[in-house]
Design a protein around this ligand. Structure first.
Ligand code: GLC
Ligand code: MG
Length: 732
């Protein structure tokens, strides 16, 4: 009887992110470049499998949109359906062309912003974010923090073990860094490990040995959930099936093709240890008598066209075949395609053969699972992945692959006992169904998730929730308007009216986000707001626009920091400014990563133009902000209160005129100008007089907070509504 699974009442929306490589729904170009491989197929199959589960309503797999004449236009489609409930979404990020993963880092903040736009537009937030590899982990962590959504992460491979391996192979630290950007990757991996609610690994060993190298590793938050394989592709042989093309391609090498075959399938890499396998086979006549050896190691037209490392592996292989005189016993087909692989396993199973993986180390071993699914027992290294697989499937032998004699002995044992072979073959097929199908993967995943969501949703909400609205994330993603006020002498300074502004914000918290923009550093801003009983804003633009933080968690916007870092040389600027008369450094709390501040003796200080020239002569770039004839702030050229607001508009996809901005003095000037709805309070400093007569700058009669309320009324900010097509999409 067909079982129809009832959709659960509250189906999950899962957002998956996988940044690099070439991802599409069909005909994956695996092996086309180093970034399009196992992870690519993993994420596509996982997305589909998750969407099939009864408790999952929707899965979006986000990746980078690539428009590049060198690759298929498939990768430039913004949306591609992956079947029931699953979609592949591609978002632009950095340059249009294809980029290898090591060079994606500077562009990831843009991916964060693009995701926010997307989520705003569709007006629905995911229940969880699942990222793959460190680059996506970076993006997902930001989103998770901003939106208060739990993060699940799968590393696929990790930077620290890779660095160790490369160092052990004799490469120099600087050269490794130049090629792979590992420092950045490892730092991100630490942050992701610290924050993620769950780390999914494929094997136990990955947790112990690889994640074990990280400070923030916490095995309690790790779960071993091995990937599935597509069981519809890999299945045991049917009886009647006769010769396929790949069979002819194999058999033409062999003088007795009907003998059992020892099959190996791997990339021609030295770690895969084809050398050890040939030595084992070539050195053992009993094995040669019992079985042929079939080596499927990539495709080749001419070995001399392959890269150097591959050439060396294959040259050795040919020389060893000759040395042991294995002609007629070893098949080494030149070509095969994706569809031939399942057929090869079946052929070997039909001939009562053995799959062998002779690799020196094997963290996972997907081919072993494919062999098992095909009813083909195996001999494999006594290492992480194979250990788990044999433990689950009981379908083969583990041997010390460092020793060719041990490989030969394993092959002997596996080939001799036919009763055992049949048992292994059966157990392998059953074991894969149970442990390595995507449906089994998803079942385990959903089990772990049930507990986690219950626990972490609450935890995350608690950490990031706006005190009076219990479902509000750090970033009020659904806000349509934003009120941004300066603190000193605008919002604060006169009791009268402040309570009304706070009340207004509370009444409009569904649609209006609240922010402050101040010259004060973050701590001092938070303190004074507290003293005046102003609730903590959603957005805090502090230190004259050089820092942006969100929500009660005070989460820093690292995208902003990365954006304004441009041409900022703090130490050199400090040096260059010491010789300028009339400048005295302000207190330490006012000196920030992106802000140097001075108290000014107006009579001694040279003109701003002279200071500018002085810096330019030293090839230094900075923005100078002079306020109240008393303070001079030195900022990165991309930073100011005004720029910060433009950045926020871009980040949220809101037009500038949905920002009502209030201020009283010089450092507010820039955010008041332009398309924002500017309000100058009645008690403003004289330097703002120059703004009179400008469009969209309203001079209130009332002072301080009362002036803000007057501005709200003036613009009808209560009823103001944005048109979606007016959303800002650019950033200066
Ligand atoms: C605030 C800051 C100070 C800055 C001044 C003008 O008072 O604390 O560092 O110089 O604003 O922007
Ligand atoms: Mg002020």
């Amino acid at each position: 009887m067909p079982t129809t699974q009832a959709q659960s009442a509250n189906p999950l929306y899962i957002l998956m992110i996988s940044m690099h490589g070439l991802i599409r729904g069909n005909n994956l170009e695996l092996g086309r470049d180093a970034d399009t491989g196992g992870q690519t197929i993993y994420v596509v199959e996982l997305a589909r499998a998750l969407a099939r589960h009864q408790n999952v309503g929707r899965v979006d797999l986000l990746t980078r949109l690539v428009e590049d004449p060198a690759i298929s236009p498939d990768y430039a489609r913004p949306e591609e359906p992956l079947g029931d409930g699953a979609r592949l979404l591609r978002l632009p990020c950095g340059p249009k062309r294809y980029l290898r993963k090591e060079t994606l880092w500077p562009h990831l903040d843009q991916m964060v912003d693009q995701c926010l736009h997307l989520l705003r537009k569709q007006n629905r937030l995911p229940d969880l974010i699942h990222t793959h590899y460190a680059d996506a982990g970076y993006v997902g962590r930001q989103l998770s923090l901003l939106l208060g959504i739990p993060l699940i992460h799968t590393g696929h491979s990790l930077g620290r073990p890779k660095r160790e391996r490369l160092l052990a192979s004799g490469r120099k630290d600087v050269a490794i860094e130049r090629q792979f950007n590992l420092a950045r990757r490892i730092e991100v991996e630490e942050q992701v490990l610290k924050h993620a609610s769950l780390i999914v690994t494929s094997t136990r060993q990955e947790i112990d040995e690889q994640y074990g190298m990280y400070q923030n590793n916490d095995p309690r938050r790790c779960a071993v959930i091995p990937p599935g394989i597509d069981t519809s592709r890999f299945s045991p042989p049917e009886r009647k099936k006769t010769g396929s093309t790949i069979q002819r391609e194999v058999d033409r090498f062999l003088s007795q093709p009907e003998k059992p075959m020892i099959l190996t399938i791997c990339r021609p890499e030295s770690r895969k240890n084809l050398k050890g396998l040939i030595t084992a086979y070539g050195g053992d006549v009993r094995v040669q008598e019992m079985a042929n050896l079939v080596v499927v190691a990539g495709n080749r037209d001419d070995i001399r066209d392959l890269d150097e490392a591959q050439q060396s592996v294959l040259n050795e292989l040919l020389l060893d075949i000759d040395r042991y005189d294995l002609w007629g016993k070893v098949a080494f087909p030149k070509h095969h395609c994706q569809e031939d692989i399942p057929e090869l396993y079946r052929l070997a199973a039909r001939r009562r053969g053995i799959f062998v993986n002779p690799a020196l180390t094997e963290p996972f071993g997907l081919t072993l699972i494919e062999a098992a699914a095909s009813g083909l027992p195996f001999v494999a290294p006594d290492d992480g992945g194979p250990k788990d697989i044999v433990g689950n499937c009981h379908n083969g032998l583990l041997v010390n692959t460092l020793d060719p004699a041990a490989i030969a002995e394993g092959l002997n044992k596996a080939l001799l006992d036919m009763q055992q072979w049949r048992k292994w073959s059966k157990q392998g097929i059953a074991g894969v169904k149970r442990h390595y199908s995507w449906d089994a993967h998803v079942d385990k995943y959903m089990n772990v998730l049930r507990h986690l969501l219950r626990r972490d949703r609450k935890r995350l909400r608690r950490e990031f929730v706006f005190a009076h609205r219990h479902d509000m994330p750090a970033l009020p993603l659904h806000a349509q308007r934003v009120l941004i006020s300066d603190i000193d002498n605008t919002l604060i300074g006169q009791k009268d009216g402040l309570g009304d502004v706070v009340g207004w914000l509370r009444d409009h918290a569904d649609t209006v986000a609240f922010g402050i923009a101040t010259g004060r550093p973050l701590d001092s801003a938070v303190k004074i707001l507290k003293n005046w009983r102003v609730p903590l804003p959603n957005i805090l633009v502090t230190s004259v626009g050089t820092e942006i933080n969100y929500g009660p968690g005070l989460l820093p916007d690292t995208g902003w920091a990365n954006h304004i870092r441009y041409k900022w040389r703090r130490e050199a600027l400090l040096d260059a400014l010491t010789s300028i008369p009339g400048l005295e450094m302000q207190t330490a709390e006012n000196q920030r990563e992106f802000k140097l501040s001075y108290n000014v003796d107006h009579n001694l200080m040279p003109s701003l133009a002279q200071i500018h020239r002085h810096l330019r002569e030293r090839n230094l770039h900075a923005r100078l902000v002079y306020s109240h004839e008393a303070f001079l702030d030195i900022l990165p050229i991309r930073a100011s209160k005004g720029h910060a607001i433009r950045y926020l508009a871009y980040k949220w996809g809101l037009p500038l005129k949905s920002f009502l901005v209030a201020g009283d003095s010089g450092n507010d000037e820039e955010m008041l100008r332009g398309d924002t709805l500017g309000v100058v309070v009645g008690n403003h400093s004289p330097e703002l007089e120059t703004l009179r007569g400008f469009d969209q700058i309203y001079f209130a009669n009332e002072t301080y907070a009362r002036g803000i309320l007057e501005g709200i009324r003036h613009y009808g900010f209560d009823e103001f509504d944005t048109q979606p097509e007016e959303r800002s999409e650019t950033i200066s």
